[in-house]
Design a protein around this ligand. Structure first.
Ligand code: ADP
Ligand code: MG
Length: 686
């Protein structure tokens, strides 16, 4: 028998060499293997007659070899052409670098070939078809066959066989849901689901299998959230804060008034900080809605009450930017911060100085990246923790930072466009504030989706904007040449732009492979307007705020998700000048055009996300970029929203009936959830 932790070397057919290959894709135990889900499936249909094989289709034919048409060598390529036929007609097979087949394929014997049919003149051809014995093929038909994520040397067949072996010897955990849940939500057993996800009979069985697995994932996550909420809701406010003159003065001195939505959210935060309970709040607001100021007001209130606050950002560039903003608030508006910066690229000496200021309480505001949650950092009186761009973190990191203090207030900010119904479920442990209004000075961004022929015009436009003192971003999907065909890369594009733009226009580049200190330097230069045009990868996507930038040009826009393009676009239109967004679409097919047109017509993140969803459709299970926060193994918060609803309903009901899971029928579930807590799920009280 096999268990979750059984090393895969114990599976028949897996030797040391294969074990190493599996390790490369992160599979070390039988449990890992079964959790390694196919990325797609293939249907092996019954063989067809040659006469029925349609060009463009993948099909299998059962034919006999009528002759070898020829073998030739083209450079390093060995090409073998074979003539085959059945009673209905003839076709030609072409094999590359398989010269040995000439000897293997015997005239007169029937073989099964499967591949894509092509037409070459009047003839039908299959290139590099797969060869099966009729018996082997028979075994594959009638079921969907899994296509696994692979690595060089590891074939789909090896994985598939190993999974079959593991499945037949695997000892599944006894069913943990009570019968009522299984019945109400029509869930397969875990065993049926795992078998079904690997070798489903048809699409229906696949969907049912997937449903159970996704339900499990959501259920565990939501249960944890719910427990967390129960715990945090009982936490007393250990750091009651009172409104002081500081925040009022800051608001008076600032050059703009808060929007109505900002005012409302600031009031909610202020009330939380002063209420009997500890704050746990999410601020959700589209890019550019002005979330930062709310965080800074809260942090100022915290400092003015004599406590420490921390602001964590997902990138160094963003942390630096927040630090600069705070400096500006101190100089221009005399905000009483004593800030300290803590990021990975600082020298050991700089870090040590920062640690000391944090431990002594000399710093009342700590701004940084993940560095803030490192062990060495000891806070003196951490009372408020803010995470910016929460969608880039996991729930875990948020908690780690909170764990640095003694139940501090928590404020998280996110621009992830999640419909409210989903947000309520996914942020079940948080109260939600929404900033649903953009500052009044904003002019709507002017968009255009164009093809590459438009480039010269775009460059002239950027030159004109630069001459007016404005700045521009140009986004390319790749860092350097050769990573992917037909895509622009930052390095070459920078050269191209330097040649195309007047010589007094300063062009620089930025990408993720640069050292953090170098990235910071470039961003600083850009913020100071010493750089006019910044060619960059999507590293600038999160949070960057340079209101003087008015042009966003995205090369190969078709390669990005709509939500990502919307985030990129959010880098402009942040000041009171008219801003422009130019999406270059290199693939002129109807679908990409339609997708990009959505951006062209809307500047609303929620709307864009929902449209993106519609176009993707639930069939599109793979290749979706998931945000760090809700990166479930299998479940997708958008396309699986109905399952998410059900899991949420099940958790809520459970919490109403028996929150401690003390009833007999809940024992297996309790066991199961506890065993999951070993896998990084942290149950504070169960
Ligand atoms: P995001 O919500 O994307 O984090 P920011 O907080 O970075 O947005 O704000 C974007 C820009 O809008 C900043 O330059 C900020 O100073 C400015 N801003 C924020 N609130 C207002 C307001 N009420 N009126 C005018 N400008 C504002
Ligand atoms: Mg922001």
């Amino acid at each position: 028998m096999m268990k979750e932790t059984t090393p895969i070397i114990e599976i028949k057919g897996i030797g040391e060499k294969t074990r190493k290959l599996f390790a490369k894709i992160g599979v070390e135990t039988a449990g890992d293997l079964l959790a390694c889900c196919p990325r797609d499936y293939e249907l092996y249909k019954e063989p067809v007659l040659v006469a029925q094989a349609q060009p463009g289709q993948v099909c299998a034919v059962c034919v006999s070899v009528t002759g070898i048409l020829g073998q030739k060598k083209l450079k390093s390529l060995d090409i073998l052409n074979v003539a085959v036929s059945d009673r209905s007609g003839a076709m030609q097979l072409t094999f590359f670098n398989m010269p040995f087949l000439k000897k293997v394929l015997k005239p007169g014997i029937r073989y099964l070939f499967r591949g894509t049919v092509q037409s070459r003149g009047a003839a039908k051809v299959m290139e590099q078809p797969k060869l099966f014995s009729p018996e082997d093929y028979q075994k594959l038909t009638g079921r969907l066959q899994p296509k696994y994520p692979l690595t060089k040397g590891l074939t789909n067949q090896t994985v598939s066989k190993a999974v079959k072996q593991a499945l037949s010897f695997y000892e599944f955990e006894p069913e943990y849901y009570p019968a009522s849940i299984l019945k109400r939500y029509q869930l397969l057993s875990r065993q049926e689901a795992v078998c079904g996800i690997h070798f489903p009979k048809d699409q229906e069985e696949l969907a049912a299998a997937r449903k159970r697995l996704v339900f499990d994932e959501f259920f565990s996550f939501l249960f944890l959230l719910r427990k967390n909420k129960e715990y945090t809701q009982t936490l007393p406010n250990q750091y009651p804060m009172f409104e002081t003159a500081d925040t009022v003065r800051l608001l008076e001195k600032m050059p703009f008034p808060l929007t109505g939505a900002q005012k409302r959210v600031w009031r909610e935060v202020r009330e939380d900080l002063n209420s009997p309970g500890c704050m746990n709040r999410l601020i959700q607001g589209d890019v550019g809605s002005g979330k930062t100021i709310i965080a800074l007001l809260a942090l100022l209130m915290c400092a003015a009450n004599g406590f420490q606050g921390a602001l964590m950002a997902p990138t160094e560039v963003l942390a630096m930017q927040h630090y600069e903003t705070v400096q500006e608030y101190m100089q221009k508006y005399q905000a009483a911060f004593r800030p300290v910066l803590l990021v990975g690229s600082m020298t050991a000496k700089e870090k040590k100085a920062a640690y000391e200021k944090i431990a002594s309480g000399e710093a009342n505001l700590v701004i940084g990246t993940h560095a803030l949650i490192q062990e060495k950092v000891q806070y003196r009186s951490l009372a408020l923790v803010v995470t910016d761009e929460q969608h880039r973190f996991g729930v875990k990191q948020r908690e780690q930072l909170a764990g640095k203090g003694n139940s501090p207030h928590i404020l998280v900010m996110s621009a992830t466009p999640i419909p409210r119904t989903l947000a309520i479920i996914l942020y079940g442990d948080l109260a939600i504030s929404v900033i649903d209004e953009l500052p009044a000075n904003r002019l709507p961004i002017k968009n255009c989706v164009v093809n590459t022929a438009y480039r010269p015009k775009a460059y002239a436009f950027i030159a004109k904007e630069a001459a007016m003192g404005h700045q521009a971003y140009v986004i390319c999907p790749m860092v350097e040449e050769g990573e992917l065909e037909d895509t622009e890369n930052v390095i070459d594009y920078t050269q191209k732009l330097r040649a195309a733009l007047p010589s007094d226009v300063q062009v620089a580049y930025l990408h993720g492979k640069m050292r953090p200190s170098e990235k910071n330097r470039i961003m600083e230069e850009f913020a100071k307007r010493n750089i006019d045009v910044l060619v960059s990868t999507t590293v600038i996507e999160v949070g960057i705020n340079v209101p003087n930038a008015t042009v966003m040009m995205v090369e190969n826009a078709e390669r990005f998700g709509l939500a990502q393009l919307h985030q990129l676009r959010g880098r402009v239109g942040r000041g009171d000048c008219q801003s422009y967004c130019i999406f270059i679409n290199t693939r002129e097919n109807k679908e990409t055009m339609e997708r990009l047109e959505i951006l062209n017509h809307s500047n609303d993140g929620f709307f864009i996300a929902s449209q993106d969803l519609k176009l993707r459709g639930p069939g599109d299970l793979f290749g979706i970029r998931q945000s760090g926060e809700f990166a479930f193994r299998m479940g997708d918060i958008y396309t699986d929203a109905p399952i998410l609803q059900q899991a949420s309903e099940a958790v809520e009901e459970l919490m109403r009936n028996d929150p401690q899971l003390s009833g007999e029928e809940y024992l297996p579930l309790k066991q199961h959830l506890l065993s999951e807590s070993g896998n990084g799920v942290d149950f504070r009280s169960i």
